[in-house]
Each structure stands twice: as structure tokens, then as C-alpha cells.
Design a protein around this ligand. Structure first.
Ligand code: ADP
Ligand code: MG
Length: 693
């Protein structure tokens, strides 16, 4: 407010619109681009598609065109090599009064071609004085503003002027955040130099260095904080120690396992075993593409817990999925003396009571269920391992409840996801977890063929479906479900079902339906029919998106595919290609597609690699919208770093942060004093990340 050119009214606006409250905030409002103001254009040299340009010349004459709200003012502007039109739609009176013919002006703006002639709408105009070395450093910063600010005459240029007024203060108000041994080692310029140059670059080289320093700061402190928190958690929280891999695990491995583990599964089980034997409390994220065999890894980890006289549980986001895990796991454990329980919303009260008591007396070793598991009444004798499947579907609070299910110390936690998260994002969002990746599919899988058809080609698709059914295969047809308009989606689904029933009439063909508005029991019946191979076609909404496993299904038809996000499409595709047969994913869409939809469908057609898809997804949507982070949003806002572009800086800063923490876990060394201060400051400013990511 006390800064020259601000005052109470503008101060309030800046606070409201840009969250600028202090001089420090202003300093950390970074330009989003720079324009080269060392260059002057000659009007005759103007061509289409130039960026912002500046020209020097005089106004030849004004002309007012139109009436009322359509009124606009134009000025013919000449520099001796040609003329161009300057146009104003707003502030017409003021412009006409303050600009005079026959004065040399510097005009700055974007030239566009209109009716065969170039014009600049709402240019910046100021008197030209060739001797004046004004704001215009060769690279001039441009700041984003808002409509509200603009209408109160706070433009990018106003902000630049404010920046200039605090420029001289920078050395006295900014204190260095990195110790010299680090800036020296990493070859970074000082924070003071960086902040000066980000607003008033003295050269492109200095601008680059300034950006590098500020990006490094953001990413480095985020990583340092995560690693520091992780380290202090290890100091504070002791983990249950599972020293043995015993009879149960070994019996299963040698007698029950129906196939050999993939190398990736072996490696990940080793990583988990090492964690659980270490005395640290495990917090591990298991990433593996759909169909990579995460369930087996979960089961074998649970067997290690049981070998050590602990109980284990697995929580799934939907009943369908919990039921399926129950089936799979009881089948795999056949002949072994291990009690497995299922707890979901539709389990009868009388059965629940039994489960509750055998959990408490320790008879029940493995509990499988939905979020019914986290209810307070569910208590274990000695819970040692919690597996959370498709973890992005649960909120932090829900997960945290499981953490409290063993009063003596929190259980080990394994969260699994089939939504591949780009490495850079995983490092920031899940940076305090250990990460395991299954990067290999079980042998014998053929890559899924993905095809995009417009709705008009439906007959081709029906043809493919018939042919596959003839070969004994099964088919999913999926309709989008968007919460806001469940009624409409339901109608889509029903219409779809009708047209399928016409093309595939009973009794020759059996079609079942699954959608969110059905009762759990009905849903389950349909699922069972399909899983047992008694139905040819399943028409469904996205309830089948996660985890469902029917290896005989070979075709996934996604209706209105343009309405799905990339990770969802990839999940859906993962429902097929689970057996040895050639599988297909057919993406149906309308003819009119946005560029983004086009890009999504093209990506699906061109690759099966979940991580590649995740990268594209992040490029399209930006890191804040990636599934897995949506619920909470990113826990921070970057001012200058960009996860989809600054992967290298991120990796590098992670590397440096790891070195620092490895040497000085609690940041107690004198040389790390600044770092410690910074971390403590962050703890004050941010709400806690919680103990479970
Ligand atoms: P996801 O990782 O998507 O949860 P699942 O655990 O459902 O995958 O496994 C997909 C399918 O692959 C299941 O039918 C499972 O039995 C099978 N499978 C898992 N591991 C192997 C393996 N090592 N060899 C062969 N098939 C496997
Ligand atoms: Mg799964």
C-alpha cells in the first residue's frame, strides 16, 4: 500500500486478484514471458505472425467509426516506410484527447491482418525519446494480470513499474536460502542476482541462470522437505519387524503358485520383504500397469506377515473388486490352512459379527474388503500389513484410519496403483514413499490392438464382435458416466443396451448390464454370469474400470470415447488382453472432436505403454489434474517450476537433496543452518502432508 503508485485501493485489488500482500509477494510474482524491446520494426517489414513488435512514428489522423457500443477509434500511424492502423474499442475519448498528431510515439503491440491491412488493437503508446534509457531493458518482462486488474488500469506494465520501484531494495530485503557450498557446487547464481534478473534480465544468459536458480529452489526445497519428513518419520515411528519368510510363504511358493513369477514381481517382493524386515515402517507405492500381476505381489507380502504371526488386510475401492480379490485369493490359497474373510457393505450383519470376533481373536488372517474395513468396529488382534488397491480412489483420511488399526505401532503399508504416474510427478506427490515398479507383463500376452472408429462405422464393430463371440470370446461395451448427469448417462446406457440387444438378439446371445444404480447383489449376479463365461457381452458404465479380471474377454468397446480421460481409457483397455488371445480395444467417437480429444485417441491408438500415456496426459492437462492428485490437488503451487518441462532439474534437485539428507538427516550441521531454517519456515506455512501420502 505504501509503495509508490499503489495506495490502499490498488493494494486491495492486488491482494484479491493476485494474492500479493507484501513486497516479497510482489518480488515472487514472476513474468510469464519476455519481449525483445531492443528491436524496432519498419512498418513495411511487418508480416503475419510476428510476436509483439515496436515501431516508432507519428499519428497521421484519427477516425471514429460506428456508434454506441460498437464505436471504435482508429489512428493511421506512419513511420515513413508505410502506414498501419491503431485501433481502440475502449477508452476512446481518453485516447483521442491524449494522443496528438505530429509527435513521435513508440508503439508496442501485436500486429494482425484485418481486411487486407495490418492493425494493432489497444497498443501501448508512449512518447518516444531516443535518449531516454527507460524501463525498456532489451528483454522486457510481461506479467499476467486479470480482467479486473486491467479495468482498474493495472496492466503488465504497471506491475513492471512496481517491480522497478523495489528493484533497488532487493539486496537488502532478500536473504540467501542456499548455503554457499551448494550454490558453489551446483553452479547457481545467488538468490539476489536471480530475483533481479528474473524481472530485469541484463542478458538472455542471465535470464537463463535466474530461471535455473529459482526453479532449482522450488524443486529442491520440496524434495528436501519430503526427504526430511520421511527421515524424521523413520526416527519417530518404529515398524513391526518380520524377520522370517516361513512355511506359509514357502508352501505357497512351491505348491500353490500356478505359474512362475515374472522377474519384476520377484524384485518387488524382495523390496517389500526387505522393508518389512528392517525395523522401519514400510510406506511403499507399488506401480504396475494393468494386468502386471499386482494382486499376487500383495498376496505373497501378506503371507510374509502371516508367517510372522501378524494379520493382513487388503482394501479395494469397489465391491466388485473386493469380491474378485476374495475369489482369486481363496482360490490361490486352496488347501492351505489360512482363514480369509470378506467384508463389504452388503455382507449381512450376522456374518459381520463373526468376522469381527475372529479378527479380534486372531483366527482370521486375511481380511479383504471395501472401505467397510475402516469402520471403528473393525479391530484386529495384531494387524501387520495393510494393502490398499487402486489407492487413488481413497482419500487421505480413509487411508490414515487404517494406519491406526494397530495400537502398538502402525502396520506396514503397501499402496498399489495401475494408474502410472509420471516419474516427475511421483517424485513430488509421493516423494516421501518408497516406490516399486512392476515394469513387465506376465509372458504370453499379446499387445492389444487399439482402433478408433467414428460412430458411423458401428457395423464394422458389430462385425468384429460377432466374429469374436463365434470364437468363444467375450466383450465389454462401456458407456461414460459423469456424475453431474447420471440420468442422461443412464439413458445412454439403456439406449446402448437396446441397440446391442437388437444386433445381438437373445437367446443366441446373452448380454448383461452393470451400472452404478443397480443394487450390489444385482451387480454381482451380472458380474458372475460374465466371469463364468455364461454371458457374451457386458454392457457397463465405468464401474468395471478398475481391476476386473476376466481373461476370456477380448474386446473392449468404449462408447463416446472422447468423453474419457487418458488414464481412464488406459484402465478400460486393461480389462482385455489378459489371456493368451489377440485382444482389441475399439474407441468409438462422434465426428466432431476437440484437439485434445483427438490427441487422446491418437495416443491410445499409438501406444500400450502406461507410462508413455501418463506423460502425454500430463502434457495435455498439466500436472495438477492427473488422476491420483485430483482429489487433493497438488499440495503446493509452483511459481516458476513446471513438472512437465523441468524433469531434469527435478531429478537433479532430488539427487542433491538426497545427498544432503544422507549426510545430515536432521539438518543439524552448521553448514546446513540455512536449509533447516527454510524447512521450518515451510512447516509453518503449509498444512502438514500427513504421515501417509
Ligand atoms: P493387476 O496388476 O492389474 O492387478 P492382476 O493381479 O489382476 O493384475 O493380474 C492379472 C492376471 O495376470 C491375473 O489373471 C493373474 O493371475 C495373472 N498373473 C499374475 N502374475 C502372473 C505371472 N507371473 N504369470 C502369469 N500370469 C500371471
Ligand atoms: Mg488389480
Amino acid at each position: 500500500m505504501y509503495l509508490q503508485g499503489v495506495g490502499p485501493k490498488r493494494a486491495e485489488l492486488l491482494k484479491k486478484e493476485l494474492n500479493i500482500d507484501t513486497i516479497g509477494d510482489l518480488l515472487y510474482l514472476f513474468p510469464y514471458k519476455y519481449v525483445d524491446r531492443s528491436k524496432f520494426y519498419r512498418i513495411e517489414d511487418i508480416v503475419n505472425d510476428l510476436p509483439y513488435i515496436q515501431i516508432v512514428g507519428q499519428i497521421v489522423r484519427f477516425q471514429e467509426i460506428g456508434v454506441g457500443r460498437k464505436k471504435r477509434l482508429t489512428a493511421i500511424f506512419s513511420d515513413g516506410t508505410g502506414t498501419i492502423e491503431l485501433v481502440w474499442f475502449k477508452g476512446v475519448k481518453w485516447v483521442a484527447k491524449s494522443l496528438k498528431p505530429s509527435v513521435n510515439y513508440l508503439v508496442f503491440g501485436k500486429a494482425t491482418l484485418f481486411n487486407g491491412r495490418y492493425n494493432i488493437a489497444h497498443p501501448e503508446v508512449e512518447e518516444y525519446n531516443p535518449n531516454q534509457q527507460n524501463l525498456d531493458a532489451p528483454l522486457q518482462a510481461t506479467y499476467s494480470t486479470t480482467e479486473k486488474l486491467k479495468s482498474s488500469y493495472i496492466s503488465s506494465r504497471t506491475i513492471l513499474k512496481l517491480q522497478q520501484s523495489i528493484y533497488e531494495l532487493i539486496p537488502s530485503i532478500v536473504s540467501e536460502t542456499l548455503p554457499f557450498y551448494l550454490t558453489d557446487r551446483v553452479k547457481l547464481i545467488s538468490l539476489v542476482e536471480a530475483l533481479k534478473n528474473i524481472h530485469f534480465p541484463t542478458s538472455t544468459t542471465m535470464l537463463k541462470k535466474a530461471r535455473a536458480r529459482l526453479k532449482f529452489d522450488e524443486l529442491f526445497f520440496l524434495q528436501l522437505n519430503l526427504l526430511y519428513q520421511k527421515n524424521s518419520r523413520y526416527q519417530k515411528v518404529k515398524g513391526h519387524i518380520f524377520p522370517v519368510v516361513g512355511d506359509i510363504f514357502n508352501h505357497f511358493y512351491h505348491k500353490n503358485l500356478p505359474f512362475s513369477l515374472t522377474n519384476a514381481q520377484k524384485r518387488v517382493i524382495k523390496e517389500i520383504r526387505r522393508d518389512m524386515g528392517s525395523g522401519k515402517q514400510m510406506n511403499r507405492l507399488l506401480q504396475g500397469d494393468v494386468g502386471s500381476g499386482k494382486t499376487l505381489v500383495a498376496l505373497m507380502s501378506m503371507l510374509i506377515a502371516i508367517d510372522n504371526d501378524y494379520q493382513a488386510c487388503i482394501m479395494a475401492p469397489t465391491e466388485v473388486l473386493a469380491n474378485q480379490h476374495y475369489e482369486t485369493i481363496t482360490t490361490l490359497l486352496k488347501g492351505m490352512d489360512i482363514e480369509v474373510g470378506l467384508l463389504t457393505g452388503s455382507i449381512k450383519q450376522s456374518d459381520r459379527t463373526g468376522i469381527h470376533s475372529s479378527l479380534l481373536n486372531g483366527k482370521l488372517s486375511i481380511l479383504i474388503g471395501t472401505h467397510a474395513l475402516i469402520e471403528d468396529i473393525v479391530q484386529f488382534k495384531n494387524l501387520g500389513l495393510v494393502v490398499i488397491d487402486e489407492q487413488q480412489r481413497f482419500g487421505v483420511a480413509q487411508r490414515a484410519k487404517l494406519w491406526d488399526k494397530n495400537p502398538s505401532a502402525p502396520p506396514h503399508i503397501l499402496v498399489m496403483t495401475a494408474t502410472p504416474i509420471p516419474r516427475t510427478l511421483a517424485m513430488t506427490v509421493y516423494g516421501d514413499l518408497e516406490i516399486s515398479v512392476i515394469d513387465e507383463l506376465p509372458p504370453g500376452r499379446k499387445p492389444i490392438k487399439t482402433i478408433h472408429y467414428f460412430d458411423s462405422k458401428r457395423n464394422l464393430v458389430f462385425g468384429l464382435m460377432r466374429e469374436q463371440i463365434k470364437q468363444g470370446r467375450q466383450i465389454y461395451v462401456v458407456y461414460p458416466l459423469i456424475k453431474e448427469s447420471e440420468k442422461m448417462d443412464y439413458k445412454d446406457l439403456n439406449d446402448g443396451y437396446d441397440s446391442i440387444a437388437r444386433a445381438f438378439p437373445p437367446p443366441q446371445y446373452v448380454t448383461v448390464v452393470v451400472h452404478g444404480q443397480m443394487k450390489a447383489q444385482e451387480k454381482d449376479e451380472s458380474m458372475q454370469l460374465f466371469a463364468k463365461g455364461q454371458a457374451h457381452i457386458m454392457v457397463a458404465t465405468t464401474v468395471i474400470e478398475v481391476g476386473v479380471n476376466v481373461p476370456n474377454a477380448t474386446v473392449m468397446v468404449v462408447e463416446s470415447a472422447e468423453r474419457f480421460g487418458l488414464s481412464q481409457l488406459h484402465q478400460l483397455r486393461g480389462r482385455v488382453g489378459r489371456g493368451a488371445d489377440e485382444s482389441y480395444c475399439v474407441l468409438m467417437s462422434g465426428f466432431k472432436l476437440s484437439n485434445e480429444s483427438k490427441k487422446r485417441l491418437q495416443t491410445m491408438v499409438s501406444t500400450n505403454d502406461g507410462f508413455e500415456i501418463a506423460e502425454v496426459d500430463m502434457q495435455i492437462r498439466g500436472p495438477g489434474d492427473i488422476e491420483g492428485t485430483q482429489q487433493s490437488g497438488l499440495p503446493f503451487n509452483f511459481k516458476i517450476a513446471n513438472l512437465s518441462q523441468d524433469g531434469q532439474i527435478l531429478q537433479f534437485s532430488r539427487h542433491i537433496a538426497t545427498e544432503v539428507i544422507e549426510e545430515d538427516g536432521m539438518l543439524q550441521l552448521q553448514k546446513n543452518r540455512l536449509l533447516k531454517q527454510q524447512i521450518e519456515q515451510m512447516a509453518l506455512e503449509r498444512t502438514s502432508f500427513g504421515q501417509i501420502s
